[in-house]
Design a binder for this molecule. Structure first.
Ligand SMILES: [Zn+2]
Length: 421
């Protein structure tokens, strides 16, 4: 495996450290970070990053919905560009690196290329994307989907979770143009983007567990979710009903979920990417009692995978098992409709180039959603680098070592130097 020559390009960790420090000081609120989408926290982060882009000498522009672009001009300015992006907003009481790491990595990469006198074949832009998190407006990817003209204009009437202002009012208040969303205007033409690249902290524990500083993302998992699954049996006296005459909704639900756990284990054994979760499971508080056989349960079954085929097979198996276990326990399951968010695969050529740039290459799926999924679904070849991060994400304890950040950023720079692939 080939390591990137650090002789030609130097990642300026002082610049990275300074920016992370500025971002933290400007947006820390109590223990955590608050960069509220289209609010003062996110704006403070945009102001810091914009000033840094200007200092580096990049061309700065802001689109109609507030996404910030900082561009290193290429030799041919009309040819499709490369976009390095991530978001600058955070969840309430989040950490300093979720999102911001990707924007800072982009700035460090362009600063390094400029410093080394490297003129790329095409423009390379760093995009500081607005409002990726759904915690403020209950819509994910407002900035990236809005830039690509993919937002449903109805989102303009969604109210911010804390202050109740609509997205439209909030955009106007910040001086942006809600008409761009209403008219589904493309602020970024997918035909004019040859690749989208995003560095992000890993939000799970795998890189820490494996002792690896960085990984290449294979794809962003899709999700199918039975949000309103039910099992209906019959209430009865717990002391009087023999097992053979029961219609026990709890016993049947437990058997069903246990069966699905086995299905999951077998799928894993065959190397399939799959996660199954029941995060909610209820009996009816108005009707249940310690002395009763339960006549009804409600539960959620959440399936995630990078493979649509795997998810479809598991959905089919869940329906089959619900039927069979239902008749075995004399109850009826109604799984209801599954919500569907398809997986987004990262580009194979970009992935293999990135893999060749890591000294200890590892590919892994992303369990969380990212702006990269929006770009990939718009047909733009996309790739992601994960950087090791301790204590998970969406909490104040996010911890990323600058050395790991530098290693991920060097892979990003190596990829930029190899274009066109
Ligand atoms: Zn993020």
């Amino acid at each position: 495996m080939k390591a990137i020559s650090s002789k030609t390009v130097h990642v300026d960790l002082e610049l990275a450290g300074t920016l992370f420090g500025q971002l933290e000081r400007a947006t820390r609120c109590g223990r955590g970070i608050v960069r509220d989408s289209y609010g003062p926290g996110e704006q403070a982060a945009h102001d810091i990053i914009r000033a840094a882009g200007e200092r580096i000498g990049l061309e700065v522009s802001i689109d109609a919905i507030g996404n910030l672009a900082m561009t290193l001009p290429g030799k041919d300015r009309r040819t499709p560009r490369i976009v390095i992006g991530s978001h600058l907003d955070s969840v309430p009481q989040g950490g300093n690196f979720d999102g911001a790491a990707g924007v800072v990595a982009g700035l460090c990469a362009l600063a390094a290329l400029r410093e080394a006198g490297f003129v790329p074949a095409c423009d390379i832009g760093v995009m500081a994307i607005r409002a990726e998190e759904s915690s403020w407006f209950d819509v994910s990817y407002l900035g990236s989907a809005g830039a690509l003209g993919l937002l449903d204009p109805q989102c303009l009437s969604v109210r911010r979770s804390d202050n109740g202002r609509t997205l439209e009012e909030t955009l106007l208040q910040r001086g942006f143009d809600p008409e761009a969303i209403r008219q589904r205007r493309r602020l970024l033409d997918p035909e004019q983007v040859r690749a989208y690249l995003e560095l992000h902290i890993e939000q799970g524990p795998r890189l820490m567990a494996e002792g690896l500083p960085a990984a290449v993302v294979s794809g962003i998992r899709g999700c199918k979710r039975f949000r309103n699954a039910r099992c209906v049996g019959q209430y009865g006296h717990s002391g009087a009903l023999p097992r053979a005459l029961r219609h026990d909704a709890v016993a049947a639900t437990v058997a069903f979920l246990h069966h699905m756990e086995g299905v999951w284990q077998r799928a894993e054994g065959q190397g399939a990417d799959l996660l199954l979760t029941t995060g909610e499971l209820y009996t009816d508080v108005a009707a249940h009692a310690p002395s009763k056989v339960a006549g009804e349960t409600r539960f959620v079954l959440d399936l995630r995978s990078v493979s649509e085929e795997v998810m479809e097979a598991i959905v089919a198996e869940a329906r089959r098992a619900a039927e069979q276990i239902g008749s075995q326990y004399r109850v009826s399951f109604d799984l209801g409709a599954a919500t569907d968010s398809p997986p987004a695969m990262m580009d194979p050529r970009l992935r293999s180039c990135l893999m060749s740039l890591l000294e200890q290459p590892l590919e892994m799926p992303s369990g969380a959603g990212h702006d990269a999924a929006v770009f990939a679904k718009a047909g733009i070849p996309s790739a992601m680098i994960f950087v090791r991060n301790d204590h998970g994400s969406h909490n104040p304890e996010e911890a990323m070592a600058l050395e790991d950040f530098a290693l991920g950023t060097r892979a990003l720079i190596g990829l930029l130097q190899r274009f066109p692939l």
